[in-house]
Structure formats: C-alpha cells, structure tokens
Write a protein that binds this ligand. Structure first.
Ligand code: NAP
Length: 249
C-alpha cells in the first residue's frame, strides 16, 4: 500500500475519515474529497502522509469531472477509489416525503457515485489495474419502512457495482461493495436535519458499528492479494440481525 494513490470521497466525516486514517498509517498517498474544506484540512493535519484535497459536491457533474481532470500528473494515477460520499435525507413515507430529499439522495448517492467512477476510470484503464469499492448499505439489500428512496439509492449502488464488475472484467480492475448496518457517525444527524436527540435514539440500547470497524473491513478488501476480489461484504453490529431485528437493551 505504501505510496499507492487512494482516493476517498466523503473523507470529511465518519467512515471516510476513519478509512483515510487507516490508509495513511500504511503510507498511502491520499486524495481526500468532500464539500467541507475545513474538515478535510483538519483531517490532513492529523495524517502523516502526502494528501491532496478536492472540494466538490458529487451532485455537480461538471465539478466532479473538472476536479479529476485538473489533477497534477503526480496525483493522476489513482489505484484505489473508495466511493463513500453519501447520506440519507429524511425518513418518511412516499406520500409525505420531501422531493428535495429524494433528489439529494438520488443525485448524491447514485449519480454522484457514478460521476466519480467515470472520472477516475481512465487512469485505471490505462494502468490495466485498480480497485473500486462502493459504499452500499444494508438498505441496499433490504427495504425498511419510510426508507423507500434511500433504499432505492443503495439498491442502485448494488446494481451499479455488479454491472461495473462485469464491464471491467477484462481489464484487471477489482470492483466490490461493502454494505454496513448501523454505524454511529454523523449519518443520522444529517438524516434528521441536525436533530441530535432524534439521531441519538437510532443508536440507543444497541452497540452500533464504529466508523473504524467499517474502515478496517475496507482495509481488508484492499489488502488481499491482487488475484482476490471481495465482491460483496455485509457488515453488521452483532446485535443487528437484519434491517428489522435489532436487540436493544
Ligand atoms: P457521515 O458521517 O454523514 O459522512 C458522509 C460523508 O459523505 C461526509 O464526508 C460528506 O461530506 C460526504 N457527502 C455527503 N453528501 C455529499 C455530496 N453531495 N457531495 C460530496 N460529499 C458528500 O456518514 P457515514 O456514516 O460516514 O456515511 C458514509 C457512507 O456510508 C454513505 O454512503 C452512507 O450512505 C453509507 N452508510 C452509512 C451507514 C450508517 O449507519 N452510518 C450505514 C450504511 C451505509 P461533506 O458534507 O463535507 O460534503
């Protein structure tokens, strides 16, 4: 991993942040992406490795392509892409949900992830090697009440991952997805628009995964020998059996 160029979207918080730390400790060179520049700068200060910061909204197609096309030659050869940026917005039935929330999820979690993939692919294709890991979710495996559009976005990530693996099969590029259950990050605060009390309830009485737990699984996916592609990895808290069954005390 030493000196490998790894690009992480959504590095300004949660799983992306923890993943950056794990890779930095192994000497990777990191392209850290997110909208909040000050958070990325804070992260960069904590890492003892070469970093390059890219601030863009993944929903902005032109900004995504411009960011990667503008990379200096010394940063262009991205070997690993962690497509992690994404969030849930709202938890409501279809009939009362906000269409703005839907657009934020479909445009960010689905189209944004696709734009970043397309922007990064040329350098991997030229090298005939590389690895793309997409952040899906348990919500991309099972649909739960009031989550129809977030779940739709993560089912789409699952389908896109499978299709991408087929399309890149002859090129030696590994493609996989990781699907976490409950992870305690800023995720629920974003979902509930800053309502910290409501967000805290999501993790009450159950030991959720930490961002570091997911980061170490991502690290495993990257660290296996090149002949091995971890295609699909579901990771749950021990007390969460599926989207519905959670043992809370
Ligand atoms: P988080 O702490 O809220 O982090 C989300 C990250 O995504 C932030 O760095 C945010 O950066 C970035 N992001 C969101 N929308 C963006 C946009 N439009 N453009 C650019 N960056 C954007 O949440 P997390 O739990 O680490 O989530 C990371 C991924 O894991 C997401 O794809 C999420 O769906 C998935 N996931 C989370 C859980 C969970 O329970 N936490 C479970 C399964 C899957 P900026 O705000 O700075 O742009």
């Amino acid at each position: 991993m030493k000196n490998q160029i790894i690009c992480i979207t959504g590095a300004s918080s949660g799983i992306g942040w923890a993943t950056a730390k794990i890779f930095a400790n192994q000497g990777a060179r990191l392209i850290l992406c997110g909208r909040r520049k000050e958070k990325l700068e804070k992260l960069e200060q904590q890492l003892q490795t070469d970093c390059h910061l890219l601030c863009f909204d993944v929903r902005d197609r032109n900004a995504v392509f411009a960011a990667f096309e503008g990379l200096a030659d010394s940063w262009k050869k991205i070997e690993v892409l962690i497509n992690n940026a994404g969030n849930a917005h709202g938890l409501d039935p279809v009939q009362t949900a906000s269409v703005d929330d839907w657009e934020a999820m479909i445009d960010g979690n689905v189209k944004g992830l696709m734009y970043v993939t397309k922007a990064v692919l040329p350098s991997m294709i030229a090298a005939q090697k590389g690895q793309i890991i997409n952040l899906g979710s348990l919500a991309g495996k099972e649909v739960y009440p009031n989550g129809s559009v977030y779940c739709s976005s993560k089912f789409a990530v699952d389908a896109f991952t499978q299709g991408l693996r087929i399309d890149l099969n002859t090129l030696g590029i590994r493609v996989g997805a990781i699907h976490p259950g409950l992870v305690e990050t800023e995720f629920s605060q974003v979902r509930f628009k800053g309502d910290k009390e409501r967000a805290a309830k999501v993790y009450q009485g159950i030991e959720a995964l930490t961002a570091e737990d997911v980061a170490s699984a991502i690290n495993y996916m990257v660290s296996v020998p090149e002949r091995v592609a971890i295609a699909d990895l579901v990771i749950l808290p021990t007390r969460q059996a599926n989207a519905y069954i959670q043992h809370r005390t």
